[in-house]
Design a binder for this molecule. Structure first.
Ligand SMILES: [Fe+2]
Ligand SMILES: [Fe+2]
Length: 483
């Protein structure tokens, strides 16, 4: 069943072209040229979204927005501005328009593809499924030729599907040649997938980059079920979380911090929280954690996993602290996207003074990127800003000391340094911990209470209590209280 849209704009030519484009994208479109007809249409029918032009008259767009807010407060409304003049003249602002009831504001000129992608961003999983073309069974295989950079790969064992396949799935023959083995809307067939795996030794499936958001949405949904399922192994759960985080980091880099993208990041963090809370033998998994394919995309997840595990050791831990810190970890190095790529290919040890100064701006650049984002709260922004500050004042950008550094930021700094040691020295987490323990200047970077909890991440909690290996007044490192 196609999703219904209501288009409201005084320009009939624009309405006609927009309708044609959106119908091709599986929407059912109703269009009207004035506000009064728009209200009547909403009274009679339910719409997935209303797309309304700012210049609409009789009733004006602002009147319609108020009408929607009063009567249909859950209605998604995309407000189209003719140009930026009303913002420049101070007549209105995006904040004001959102307060009145716009879900999102688009300023002309924009392509119809951009409009489609905004609409798609608001689809829930249920909307996605119900907008699929109706089919029974499975379509024939089709060979396609398309450049590799248009595709994303996923391990066949980590692919999950709803009953109806949400997007086209391919296998790769060789560079630039793919076979579409499942079409969007097909009934998912596990047998068919197993056949490719067993008979044709297929290890990876591929899908279009443009379907990555749908992938994230569905995978987050299914991961939420899986992390709570005790019969599924912890290793498998970590792999799923890692893969979805990696695809999320790629989406952020390419699509930016759109609300629908950030929302997926928040869902990953909720899943990380549930995983950490429910996994009794977490310490075993973390001891054996190894990163087969370290990249900047998987780095964010590794830091998330260890920082969240450290927080779990504290009595004051809560869902909010873990989720906020996890989100900060997901974005902690986002400021690097503003640095010249050649700088990022260099090792920090090889930086010139000028390059180092530039590199050290990345926490500030990251904090600026997320500044003002309604879905990212102040605590997350502060952690991003302080993720390289050290307890002894040797960090950057502020060379902050002691309690001027947020405890959560110091935890992220520790998790970040630790993950770098694991990857750079190609050692196990326990070996990395041993390296750290004998490196006094390194240990001095962190609040001692945090470092002590960090050691506990790798210890069997049962034995800790039983054998009293690490009593609470342990003097492994001088005892200072984490605030
Ligand atoms: Fe960083
Ligand atoms: Fe980092």
């Amino acid at each position: 069943m196609a999703l219904k849209l209501l288009l409201v704009d005084p320009d009939s030519d624009w309405l006609k072209s927009a309708t044609e484009h959106l119908q091709k994208n599986m929407y059912q479109v109703k269009s009207v040229t004035n506000g009064k007809d728009a209200q009547i249409a909403m009274y009679n029918e339910k719409f997935f979204a209303v797309v309304i032009g700012y210049m609409v008259q009789n009733h004006s767009a602002m009147q319609v927005l108020k009408f929607i807010k009063t009567n249909y407060s859950a209605q998604r409304v995309i407000l189209i501005m003719e140009d930026e003049n009303p913002f420049k003249s101070g007549e209105t602002s995006i904040d004001k328009l959102i307060k009145i009831g716009a879900t999102e504001v688009l300023v002309k000129p924009f392509t119809f593809e951009a409009l489609s992608s905004v609409l798609e961003g608001h689809q829930t999983l249920g909307d996605l499924v119900s907008s699929l073309p109706q089919k029974e069974g499975t379509s024939e295989e089709v060979e396609v030729q398309m450049a590799d950079e248009n595709f994303i790969s996923i391990k066949i064992d980590e692919f999950y599907s709803s009953k109806a396949v949400l997007f086209d799935i391919f296998i790769k023959l060789n560079s630039g040649r793919y076979v579409k083995i499942l079409h969007a809307g097909d009934t998912f067939s596990k047998e068919r997938l197993d056949k490719y795996k067993v008979e044709k030794k297929v290890e990876f499936l591929f899908f279009h980059k443009s379907d990555r958001r749908k992938y994230l949405q569905f995978t987050n949904y299914i991961t939420n079920k899986i992390v709570k399922n005790v019969s599924i192994s912890g290793t498998h759960k970590v792999d799923m979380l890692k893969t979805v985080s990696e695809k999320f980091s790629q989406e952020v880099l390419e699509a930016g911090l759109k609300p629908q993208v950030v929302q997926q990041g928040k869902e990953i963090c909720t899943n990380v929280y549930h995983f950490i809370e429910k996994q009794d033998d977490l310490y075993k998994l973390l001891r054996n954690f190894h990163e087969a394919d370290p990249s900047s995309f998987t780095h964010a997840f590794s830091v998330t996993l260890f920082a969240s595990s450290i927080i779990k050791q504290f009595e004051w831990q809560s869902r909010a602290t873990i989720e906020n810190t996890a989100l900060a970890c997901m974005f902690h190095d986002i400021g690097k996207s503003k640095l010249p790529p050649e700088l990022l290919n260099k090792r920090p040890a090889d930086f010139s003074d000028q390059e180092r100064a530039l590199y050290q701006q990345h926490p500030q650049l990251g904090a600026e990127l997320v500044e003002g984002h309604i879905l990212i709260n102040h605590a997350v922004k502060q952690i991003i800003l302080q993720h390289h500050e050290y307890y002894n004042g040797t960090g950057f950008p502020g060379a902050l000391k002691n309690s001027r550094i947020l405890t959560l930021a110091n935890i992220v700094a520790l998790a970040n340094d630790f993950v770098h040691i694991v990857i750079d020295k190609k050692v196990t987490p326990v070996e990395a911990l041993k390296t750290m323990l004998v490196d006094k200047p390194l240990v001095a970077r962190y609040n001692s209470a945090i470092f002590e909890k960090f050691i506990r991440v790798f210890a069997d909690p049962g034995k800790l209590v039983k054998e009293n290996i690490l009593p609470s007044n342990s003097k492994i490192v001088p005892n200072r209280k984490a605030s």
